[in-house]
Design a protein around this ligand. Structure first.
Ligand SMILES: Cc1cc2nc3c(=O)[nH]c(=O)nc-3n(C[C@H](O)[C@H](O)[C@H](O)COP(=O)(O)O)c2cc1C
Length: 210
């Protein structure tokens, strides 16, 4: 079923603006991202859910004029920590130990290693790593949407600086990485609908070392 749904999904180019995704389905798509594995369990990204039409319209020029973001039902923005900090690392480890009924400090030697690794790096180097975690969640949301037969469009085609400004992400210590408009396709208006899915042949894609 999963593979069938992955074959069904495609990067939808035209949405029917009259069709809205239910709140329950939106929550499932977000939950799939929340459950994503992340490096060291640091959960270095957040999801911003936008349904406000005025805000979606404002994103069109930021997204290189792609009308997709205005016509879709919701936009999920995947935004990652702009850098690692000691507080951020401690906060998530304290939260995890508290939730598991373990003593705080149980992972001190591990968190010290993480701090030694990440804190001397530049913010840009840090972001290169945190953004990669956001892609894991992004991918799971794409998958969950397909499982619910909800259309989506993975998107990197936007100015992240302008989007961050519009959404006030900088103040939250976040930078946008990707967007995922979701909704229901306008089958007649979408040139990509029904086209063959093209992927590298398996024998080229897999390099087998038996
Ligand atoms: C990270 C990422 C960024 C993308 N950015 C855009 C985008 O800005 N606009 C768009 O129409 N499609 C975008 N796509 C869609 C890809 O072109 C599409 O996924 C790819 O051609 C494979 O086709 P399929 O998704 O229909 O199977 C993006 C896809 C990914 C994974």
């Amino acid at each position: 079923m999963l593979l069938e749904n992955l074959n069904w999904r495609y990067a939808t180019k035209k949405y029917d603006p009259t069709k809205k995704v239910s709140q329950e389905a939106v929550e499932k798509i977000v939950e799939a991202a929340r459950l994503a594995p992340t490096s060291s369990g640091l959960q270095q990204f957040r999801v911003i859910v936008i349904s406000n039409q005025e805000l979606k319209d404002k994103i069109v020029p930021i997204a290189w004029g792609q009308q997709i973001v205005a016509d879709c039902s919701h936009i999920l923005v995947f935004a990652a920590w702009d850098r690692y900090t000691e507080e951020r690392i401690d906060q998530i480890f304290n939260y995890t130990t508290d939730q598991r009924g373990l003593p705080r400090g149980r992972f001190d030697s591990y968190t010290s290693k993480l701090k030694d690794l990440y804190l001397p790096q530049t913010a840009e180097e840090n972001f290169n790593h945190t953004a990669r975690q956001a892609y894991i969640g992004f991918s799971l949301s794409i998958t969950q949407a397909a499982e619910l037969k909800i259309d989506s469009t993975p998107m990197e085609g936007f100015s992240s600086d302008e989007l961050d400004e519009l959404l006030g992400l900088k103040e939250k210590g976040l930078r946008s990485v990707t967007m995922l408009p979701i909704g229901y396709r306008d089958a007649e208006g979408d040139w990509l609908e029904g086209m063959k899915k093209v992927r590298n042949p398996k024998n080229e894609f897999v390099l087998e070392y038996a």
